[in-house]
Write a protein that binds this ligand. Structure first.
Ligand SMILES: NC(=O)c1ccc[n+]([C@@H]2O[C@H](COP(=O)([O-])OP(=O)(O)OC[C@H]3O[C@@H](n4cnc5c(N)ncnc54)[C@H](O)[C@@H]3O)[C@@H](O)[C@H]2O)c1
Length: 340
């Protein structure tokens, strides 16, 4: 029997969730919820889902669900997740997990007390190119990395699809840098200290639209994590993350168009590590869209096999701590040490 899921929030990014759930083995979305009638109707009609609700409490009361997928923006995550926990329903929740780490901690405690599975939909670590970089590191050819640069820079108008981003005080680190900080942990491990610098270039927005962060990882490796929504470039590689990693015996490069080069004493190998083009996906979004499928398939597999998801809510607190540290550092100019 397939797991029965309910999706809350039928907005811009949830369209990818709904398409991907259609491809996931072992789980179906049987109910959708949005407080906006037109978005609810559009999603229900498009994906053939007849159980439709304006209110999450009503959806949970009237539908028998094995999990809930929360795809609303962050301000609503805590209340919705806690509602699910009260009713004993596991949750996968979009990033940012919450507006602040204190709220994210509260969600994690609630789920720990209820002994319920909780995953954050952190899809960058599930991108096919990122998994290929992780596999190249695991092959041991370059040794233990001592340096990485993780870079995401674009002039793509993110505000067109997500107008609410123009209003937030904490913009690119919390919205996009959070993915890259998670990738830095995924590739180089936990972080000891961090220093950050931010700037705002675009007119008419409240938050920072560029950030550069310098991280010292446990064990001594350094990473530079940089992102910008204000980089005018041609070609523009949106939405690709470019990566350079150096180790004692070689290097790994993830270059534009998903070109992965591993150089080590045995030679130099270049491969294309692009995503599959799913039949509902379209460039330039296809890599992101495939990672949404990968993330959701992983969640369904973990739920069915009673395994811990990656990242769990508790794991994502460590990424949230880096976000908070970056904002603290940008404000004070100081290096921020992370708690153990
Ligand atoms: N992982 C990624 O690559 C990625 C990319 C884009 C957006 N996101 C994340 O996805 C989340 C959603 O972003 P979006 O751009 O789709 O937002 P959106 O505003 O387009 O959609 C959110 C929807 O949730 C509904 N909603 C809000 N509160 C609700 C509630 N309490 N009950 C029912 N419905 C409610 C709104 O009516 C809206 O339709 C954000 O957290 C964003 O950061 C992730």
């Amino acid at each position: 029997m397939a797991l029965r899921g309910g999706l809350i929030g039928c907005g811009f990014f949830a369209q990818n969730h709904l398409h991907a759930w259609g491809d996931v083995d072992g789980a179906d979305i049987v109910a959708v919820c949005d407080r906006d009638d037109s978005r609810l109707k559009e999603a229900g009609d498009r994906f053939g889902i007849s159980e439709r609700f304006n209110d999450a409490e009503a959806m949970l009361a009237q539908t028998d669900l094995d999990f809930v997928d929360i795809a609303t923006t962050m301000e609503t995550h805590r209340a919705l997740a806690e509602l699910c926990a009260r009713l004993g329903v596991p949750v996968i929740c979009q990033k940012p997990f919450a507006p602040t780490i204190d709220e994210a901690r509260a969600i994690v405690s609630t789920f720990a007390e209820a002994r319920l599975p909780l995953m954050v939909h952190e899809n960058f670590r599930w991108q096919t190119p990122m998994l290929a970089v992780r596999a190249a590191l695991d092959s041991g050819r370059i040794g233990d990395p001592f340096f990485a640069r993780i870079s995401w820079r674009t002039g793509f108008d993110v505000f067109a699809n997500q107008p609410y981003l123009a209003e937030v005080e904490r913009l690119i680190i919390l919205d996009l840098g959070i993915h890259l900080l998670d990738v830095s942990r995924f590739l180089l491990g936990e972080v000891e200290s961090l220093v950050a610098q931010v700037s705002r270039t675009r007119q008419g927005i409240r938050g920072e639209d560029s950030a550069t962060m310098l991280l010292k990882h446990v064990g001594g490796a350094t990473s530079v994590v940089d992102c910008s929504y204000a980089a005018r470039r041609d070609p523009d590689y949106f939405p690709e993350t470019l990566i350079e990693i150096d180790g004692p015996t070689g290097s790994i490069r993830l270059d534009p168009a998903f070109k992965l080069t591993v150089h080590w004493p045995g030679g130099t190998e270049t491969t294309e590590v692009g995503p599959r083009l799913l039949d509902w996906a379209s460039p330039p979004w296809h890599m992101v869209q495939e990672s949404v499928f990968n993330t959701q398939q992983h969640w369904a597999d973990c739920l069915r096999n009673s395994e811990a998801p990656s990242p769990s809510g508790a794991d994502n607190l460590r990424t949230m701590a880096l976000v908070e540290a970056a904002y603290d550092s940008a404000r004070t100019g100081d290096v921020v040490r992370l708690a153990d």
